[in-house]
Design a protein around this ligand. Structure first.
Ligand SMILES: CC(C)(COP(=O)(O)OP(=O)(O)OC[C@H]1O[C@@H](n2cnc3c(N)ncnc32)[C@H](O)[C@@H]1OP(=O)(O)O)[C@@H](O)C(=O)NCCC(=O)NCCS
Length: 230
């Protein structure tokens, strides 16, 4: 996937070494308020639009490059951006992928799905994506990314609650997701529990650790173990 051109309104990404697969660089300290910071009441949650694919994938790239540092090596992050991270257009068509807009900028994106795919953008999909049965299967939480200058301002949590209530409204009693390592503490805070740790293979880099997580929608924090295949 080509990396979108730099947008001057957004923070510059740091430079990356390419030789630290086994020694990820130190994690950055807590993000400081950046130029996109605005009063929270200016933030609007709305469904993502098809014509926003390019800015959305740009947001995802910026988020992944900065906020994954220290959890994965620079080469693993670039491989994740190329092969895994990105918008699943089907969710936009379904109306279940959302953005938070702040003063005309997209500062966060994330969605939920009533379809089987658990993670990955368009480039990772092959074949159909059948509907899940809300009576027996868990809806999916998909592709949450917050711009680094807007991290730790509650945007991810707000978007997650929005998706959870939509999934509940569609009749689902459980949610599952595949978390990145930087995403794991965020989802734990929201009541999700780890169900399985996997090492996801990617070309030319060591496998990346991902965590399948889940929670019940009926009682916050209570997870019913799943038997379905992901
Ligand atoms: C994971 C992510 C979406 C969280 O978004 P966010 O808007 O920064 O999260 P919130 O501000 O809503 O955080 C809510 C709570 O989650 C926890 N949390 C979030 N990020 C955390 C982190 N890096 N380390 C520890 N706890 C964290 C905290 O308890 C936080 O509350 P606090 O800030 O009052 O302490 C964001 O960090 C991100 O985009 N990461 C890179 C992309 C990625 O890996 N996405 C996950 C894909 S599965």
């Amino acid at each position: 996937m080509p990396i979108p051109p730099h947008d001057d309104r957004q923070a510059a990404a740091p430079t990356y070494r390419t030789d630290e697969d086994s020694n990820p660089p130190a994690r950055p300290s807590s993000p400081r308020p950046g130029p996109l910071r605005r009063p929270v009441d200016m933030d609007v949650i709305r469904p993502a639009r098809l014509e926003e694919l390019k800015p959305l994938n740009h947001l995802i790239t910026e988020s992944a490059r900065v906020l994954s540092t220290g959890f994965y090596s620079a080469r693993q992050i670039e491989a994740l951006i190329r092969h895994v991270f990105g918008v699943d257009t089907q969710l936009i068509l379904d109306g279940t992928y959302h953005v938070i807009e702040r003063g005309g900028d997209l500062v966060a994106c994330g969605g939920w799905s009533h379809r089987r795919t658990l993670f990955g953008g368009d480039q990772a999909k092959a074949g159909g994506d059948p509907d899940l049965d809300p009576r027996t299967e868990a809806a999916r939480i998909r592709a949450f990314f917050v711009h680094p200058t807007a991290a730790r301002q509650g945007l991810g949590g707000r978007l997650l609650s929005h998706c959870e209530s939509e999934a509940r409204g569609a009749g689902f009693a459980r949610l599952e997701l595949m978390a990145t390592l930087p995403g794991e503490p965020f989802y734990r805070t929201a009541g999700y529990e780890p169900l399985e740790r996997i090492r996801h293979p990617l070309p030319d880099v060591p496998p990346v650790e991902l965590v399948r997580m889940g929670r019940s929608l009926s009682e916050r924090g209570v997870v019913t173990p799943t038997t379905e295949a992901s």
